[in-house]
Design a protein around this ligand. Structure first.
Ligand code: SF4
Length: 451
């Protein structure tokens, strides 16, 4: 095993201790490229590069765990890329080392939720056994569709037959080896797709007993092969109206089957909401490990920072990891995170942006505690108008701990609402403080990131 050198942030940046944190682990390897995808991933890696990357993820995990004061690990999410391309034996060793790095030897101190994204072509009995043994509680399978022509259009690697095999393997696990939660990703709005096809996809998926769905609309992202095809006239995206009707067909089918639409793209049966996603939407602190991963953590600047004109009371930092080739490099082991200090205003806007997508909404008490803003008093007029117009849920606003929750229809028209919020925040004048994310006084670690 290669021991990674100490990670370097910024000599003027102090991390603060936190009592709990969520982890996102980015595994940037894919077997091939799906033409619509704009996530960060690499194809054509070698086992050596994969090994070095996993070693460094373990080292990063150990570093953050200590720097943040050995916090409770709330949730762990393996995303990508395609985490399931890691061969089962390598994965077993990696998960074992990772658990140790996070103070989780044995299962006594495991996270509440441990999620793992998989693509159908890499699902095998060996992989499932490793995941179960190492404490994974939620599988997320990228199905996208059960229709071969649509899978081919998306350049997905798995055929419908392979998708079905993977789902059967998961569904037929003996009771003692079952995973508590299964999410299925589907895409609506693919050229050539009809409402009947969407309904059929949902029914077929439901026959394998998932308790969670993520339904995405196909969007043409810049700099993807799909965008080039569209620009050259080789593909024609569906008109907006048809896209919407396909997505609504999927939503209605799931609502009729008892699923709750709890976030713009996410649907869950009772008790099956994703805890990891909820942590993002609440703007809880999280650590991103692996190439291209992003962390958002409480931090403050030291005296040297003040001399450089940085605000003295800055309480959130966003750290971005470099790409795979720098991250896993033996030749340049001295890379550092790109560090962005977030202003209280941008943190507040982000909190609305993420929280208002959800059925839980944004807690106004939390905003008061973190930003010192009493919004029910400052925004009494607009809040009353929104509630009277049915744009927000009046009942949530009247709860003892008031929440700003958009009505389901307003949630689908989020952008105009966010523009209004943005303007109202400007009217509040400068926001001096962000005591985020609830790091109590006296919790500052007093430790700079190692130079
Ligand atoms: S497998 Fe997932 S991450 Fe990889 S290219 Fe396809 S959509 Fe993107």
């Amino acid at each position: 095993m290669i021991s990674a050198p100490p990670l370097k942030l910024d000599t003027t940046l102090f991390l603060r201790r936190v009592s709990a944190v969520s982890l996102y682990i980015h595994i940037p390897f894919c077997s091939s490229r799906c033409r619509y995808c704009d996530f960060y991933f690499e194809t054509g890696w070698s086992p050596r590069v994969m090994g070095r990357t996993l070693d460094r993820i373990v080292a990063e995990a150990r570093y953050f765990f200590e720097a943040l004061g050995r916090p409770r690990i709330e949730t762990v999410y393996f995303g990508g890329g395609t985490p399931s391309v890691i061969p089962p034996r390598t994965l077993d060793d990696f998960l074992d080392r990772l658990r140790r790095a996070l103070g989780m030897e044995g299962c006594a101190r495991g996270p509440t939720e441990w999620s793992f994204e998989m693509n159908p072509e890499s699902v095998s009995p060996e992989l499932l056994a490793v995941l179960r043994e190492r404490g994974v509680s939620r599988l997320s399978l990228g199905v996208q569709s059960f229709q071969d022509p649509l899978l081919r259009f998306l350049t997905r690697r798995a055929t419908c037959e392979r998708v079905t095999e993977a789902l059967e393997l998961i569904a037929r696990l003996p009771a003692r080896s079952r995973f508590p939660h299964l999410n299925i990703d589907l895409i609506a709005g693919i050229p050539g797709q009809s409402e009947e096809m969407v309904g059929e996809d949902i029914d077929r998926a439901l026959s394998y007993g998932p308790d969670h769905f993520s339904i995405y609309s196909l969007t043409v992202e810049e700099r993807t092969p799909l965008a080039q095809m569209v620009a050259r006239g080789h593909a024609r995206p569906l008109p907006q109206e048809s896209q919407e009707s396909l997505w609504f067909a999927a939503r209605d089918r799931l609502l009729a089957r008892g699923f709750e639409h709890y976030e713009i793209s996410n649907f869950a049966l009772a008790g099956a909401r994703s805890l990891h996603n909820a942590a993002y939407w609440r703007l809880d602190p999280y650590v991103g490990l692996g190439p291209g991963a992003v962390s958002t953590l409480p931090a403050t600047t030291g005296t040297e920072g003040e001399e450089r004109g940085l605000p003295a009371r800055q309480h959130a930092a966003r750290l971005t990891n470099p790409n795979l080739f720098i991250y896993s490099s033996l030749f340049d082991p001295s890379w550092s995170h790109a560090v962005e200090l977030l202003s209280p205003r941008s943190l507040l806007i982000e909190h609305f942006l993420t929280g208002l997508r959800t059925g839980e909404g944004v807690s106004l008490r939390r905003i008061e505690r973190v930003f010192g803003l009493n919004l029910p008093r400052l925004w009494a007029g607009p809040l009353g108008e929104w509630a009277a117009g049915g744009r927000i849920e009046a009942a949530a606003l009247a709860e003892p701990v008031p929440r700003l929750v958009l009505s389901p229809s307003a949630r689908l028209l989020l952008d105009p609402f966010l523009l209004e919020i943005d303007r109202l925040i400007d009217d509040l004048g400068p926001i001096r403080d962000a005591r985020w994310p609830e790091a109590a006084e006296g919790e500052q670690s007093g430790m700079t990131a190692p130079a």
